[in-house]
Every structure is written in structure tokens, then in C-alpha cells.
Design a protein around this ligand. Structure first.
Ligand SMILES: [Zn+2]
Length: 331
């Protein structure tokens, strides 16, 4: 046996019977073990897929499938989501993307719903042009009346994304921009309350702080705004998380939880019935697709990681996530 390894030889020497028989059986059992692992892996994948495809669907609660990032292959992206049994909310960030989200929701009434809103990043004079969001740099003035008209559409399930973004504020205009953001956010929260729709909140604190979440709690209390409120792409620490949970907020988590462990502690504090899944596509793809353009079909990987972190079965997780999204958006 010229290729017999040290380990196999050790097994043979310690075993009874013919040394010529046992090396073969050790190799064979090793081979069987590999086959077993492969079967177990594919069975797990199959079970995961069939659970989503036969009984449940996942809802990508925060996607931007209407963005120009999908202009060349949007129908294929939506088809891949359908095949993976993933439905989605197309989240607006200003008038043009809100209008485009509604058009898409009308084109795919079984699979897509829309939100309309004005993202806080559009308020700064140092507004950053994101080519994934729009082809041409087109700053836009906030106009609550135009948003109200769009928001009345029955395919609109929430107002937002709107909120507070203190991450990119430029020195010298901080105070001015913060108060403007709070005012514009408050008007959109009022619109959600008026139309009895959910509120999709973008809230990003300045580095190393929870300042934007503190201001969020001061701006909209549960008593004043008894509507479903969700903080998307949540990054808050444990202390502020407890306060937001007590105040009745919901939270979305996306692909980032598949490769960064900074969210695990806060995730352990939030009850499972307050967590929804998102991709925030085209941004932040999950671990196995990292660096690529994200899309709704990739959401199962995030769901699987969330099940692991919350120590529940994948089946339980997807059933709960579906229930949460259906009741939150009333879809
Ligand atoms: Zn977004």
C-alpha cells in the first residue's frame, strides 16, 4: 500500500484481523463520511430552499430595485427574487425614486410594494451624488405636498426612507442641517400618521455615538405617533437598543450581519417579533456575494445568519420574519 497514510496505518496496527483488510475499510469509511457530509449539506440546502418556496416567502423590507443600478437587467433581478420566493418593498429616497417605486409596484402587484419618502442626505448643501441612486446629479427640494400625492396610492405601504443622518455632516453646517433634518423628518412622520401608514426610518449617528437615535426618540414618541415605526440598517449599541425596544420600534438588519459581529449584542436584546429582514440593495451584499451588487434574491443568507445569532431554527425564523413584515406593512 504505497499511498497509505500514517493515520490509516495507525488504525490498522491497532485493529484486529488482517492489516490488508482494515486499511481498505478505514479508507472506505472515510469516503462514506465525506459522502454523508455532502448529502447532509445538500439536504440542508434543499430543505432551506423548499421551506421558502413551498410554504413561506421572505420579504425584503428595504430594497431599491427601482434605482438605476438595475436599469439593464431589472426584470431578471425580479425574476430571480420570484424564483427564490422573495417579495420586496421598493423604498423611495426622493420624489423621482418614490415615483419609480410605485410604477414598479404596479407592474408587479403580487411581489412588490412601495414607500415614498425624502432621505435626509438630500438636505445638505454638500449633497453627495450617488450614481447607484440616480444617473445625474439632481438635488431636490423637499416638498411634502408632492409626497402626499404619491403617498395616497394604495401600493404605498410606508412613508420613508426619512430620518436623521449625522454621519456625513460637514463642520460649520452641523447645527443648521440637524435642525433642518429634524423638521423634514417630523413632517414625514406626520404624513404617515395622517394616512395611517408605517414609517421607514433611516437613522445614522455620527461615528462612535448614538446621537441620531437620541434625537429620534426626542422627535417622535410612541404616544404622539402610534403607527408602526422601523429603523432600517440598525447600528445602535445595547443601551439605546433597550430604549428603542421599550419605545415600540421595529428594526431591519441586512447583509452586514453575515460578516460583521458588531451587531450581535444588540440583536440579542431585540425580540424576534420586532426584527425584519432587508437587503438595502444595491448596497452591502451578504458575505458570499461581498463586493458585488446586492439584490433581493440574496436575502436567504442573511435570514440564515439571523437564525444562527438568535439561536432558532431557520424554519422558525422565516415564518416569524414573514409574519412580522406582513403585519408591519399590512400587506
Ligand atoms: Zn435605503
Amino acid at each position: 500500500m504505497p499511498h497509505r497514510s500514517q493515520a490509516v496505518r495507525k488504525v490498522c496496527e491497532g485493529a484486529e484481523g488482517s492489516p490488508e483488510v482494515y486499511p481498505l475499510s478505514a479508507t472506505f469509511s472515510f469516503f462514506l463520511h465525506i459522502v454523508y457530509l455532502k448529502i447532509a449539506f445538500y439536504a440542508n440546502q434543499f430543505t432551506m430552499f423548499s421551506m421558502i418556496s413551498k410554504r413561506n416567502f421572505l420579504i425584503d423590507s428595504h430594497s431599491h430595485v427601482q434605482f438605476p443600478a438595475y436599469d439593464t437587467d431589472r426584470s431578471e433581478v425580479i425574476q430571480r427574487a420570484k424564483e427564490a420566493n422573495v417579495k420586496m418593498i421598493a423604498v423611495g429616497t426622493q420624489f423621482s425614486t418614490s415615483e419609480a417605486g410605485i410604477a414598479l409596484a404596479r407592474a408587479y402587484p403580487e411581489d412588490i410594494w412601495a414607500t415614498v419618502g425624502y432621505h435626509p442626505n438630500h438636505l445638505s448643501e454638500n449633497w453627495h451624488h450617488d450614481k447607484k441612486e440616480q444617473q445625474k446629479a439632481a438635488p431636490e427640494k423637499f416638498d411634502i405636498e408632492k409626497l402626499r400625492e404619491l403617498a395616497r396610492d394604495p401600493k404605498v405601504v410606508a412613508i420613508g426612507e426619512c430620518g436623521l443622518d449625522y454621519y456625513r455632516l460637514v463642520e460649520g453646517e452641523k447645527l443648521k442641517v440637524k435642525s433642518l433634518q429634524i423638521e423634514v423628518f417630523f413632517q414625514q412622520a406626520e404624513l404617515a400618521r395622517e394616512l395611517n401608514k408605517a414609517l421607514m426610518i433611516h437613522c445614522r449617528p455620527s461615528k462612535g455615538t448614538d446621537d441620531a437615535y437620541e434625537d429620534l426618540l426626542k422627535t417622535i414618541s410612541n404616544d404622539q405617533f402610534p403607527i408602526p415605526k422601523i429603523v432600517h440598517f440598525y447600528v445602535g449599541g445595547p443601551a439605546i437598543t433597550k430604549r428603542l425596544v421599550e419605545a415600540g420600534f421595529y428594526f431591519t438588519f441586512g447583509g452586514v450581519i453575515t460578516f460583521a459581529r458588531d451587531y450581535d449584542e444588540s440583536l440579542s436584546i431585540i425580540p424576534l417579533d420586532r426584527i425584519l429582514l432587508e437587503t438595502d440593495c444595491p448596497y452591502v451584499a451578504p458575505h458570499s456575494k461581498r463586493g458585488k451588487r446586492n439584490e433581493p434574491a440574496f436575502i436567504a443568507e442573511t435570514a440564515q445568519k439571523l437564525a444562527e445569532i438568535k439561536n432558532v431554527s431557520f424554519e422558525k425564523l422565516i415564518v416569524q420574519a414573514e409574519q412580522n413584515a406582513v403585519s408591519f406593512f399590512k400587506i
